[in-house]
Design a binder for this molecule. Structure first.
Ligand code: ADE
Length: 224
């Protein structure tokens, strides 16, 4: 799967994709992540990518032309399943959306800044608007990294134990049960005996009960 991320601060995305699972996915050739500097697509001699809002008001608005030039260049090279705009007023990201997007092949992701982007970019090019939650960040780069991470780990072959993405919280409708590792006792606090019993059926049962308990307490909406 290929991701083309368009950003005015590409340096912000140097690190999130250079470690662990996302790095491995790229080394294996399962995911390709390309970050494009929006300023490279500005025809303005100062490489401006924003301008004053029509109608007045505070803050700058990202201009249509650099985004249009970058998106059209990419679309001339290959077909894209989606053009995503990261924005706090988009649809809130959830596991179902990540699952659906992981079935695609090529995705463009636009990162906004300042007061937002010219509405015509959204109307003409964007096919999906995604928020990562009800809070406002300084730009769309960190949300884009969150989105890419949530998708890439679902692509078959990315996780070494393929069942582990399937057993994540939210992949079923329950949150995860608590987990423990060695030592079996630490400062007098023991790991639940059942996990040491070796009786897999009982352990599975216990995990299901604990998952249910945790979900009822923390996210009863998931059970409705
Ligand atoms: N840009 C700024 N805040 C955001 C959010 N919460 N989700 C997606 N993009 C954003």
């Amino acid at each position: 799967m290929r991701f083309d991320i368009i950003s005015v601060l590409p340096g912000l995305l140097d690190s999130p994709f250079a470690h662990s699972i996302l790095q491995r996915a790229q080394k294996k050739g399962i995911a390709e992540i390309h970050v494009h500097n929006l300023r490279d697509f500005s025809s303005n001699k100062h490489k401006n990518v924003d301008d004053y809002p029509y109608g007045g008001g505070s803050g700058m608005v990202m201009s249509i032309e650099p985004f249009a030039a970058c998106i059209e260049k990419l679309q001339a090279e290959r077909q894209y399943d989606e053009v995503v705009f990261m924005t706090p007023d988009g649809e809130t990201l959830n596991q179902t959306m990540a699952n659906q997007l992981s079935l695609g092949k090529n995705v463009i992701i636009l990162c906004g800044h300042y007061k937002g982007i010219d509405q015509r970019i959204r109307d003409l090019y964007v096919t999906k608007e995604i928020s990562i939650g009800d809070y406002v960040l300084s730009g769309g780069e960190l949300p884009a990294a969150v989105l890419v991470d949530s998708i890439v780990r679902l692509i078959p072959g990315v996780l070494s134990d393929e069942t582990s993405a399937l057993s994540d919280s939210f992949q079923g409708e329950l949150l995860d049960a608590p987990v423990y590792t060695r030592p079996a006792e630490w400062r007098g606090i023991r790991v639940p005996e059942i996990l040491l019993s070796g009786d897999q059926a009982k352990i599975n049962n216990w995990r299901h009960e604990k998952a249910l308990e945790r979900t009822m307490k923390r996210r009863p909406d998931l059970l409705e």
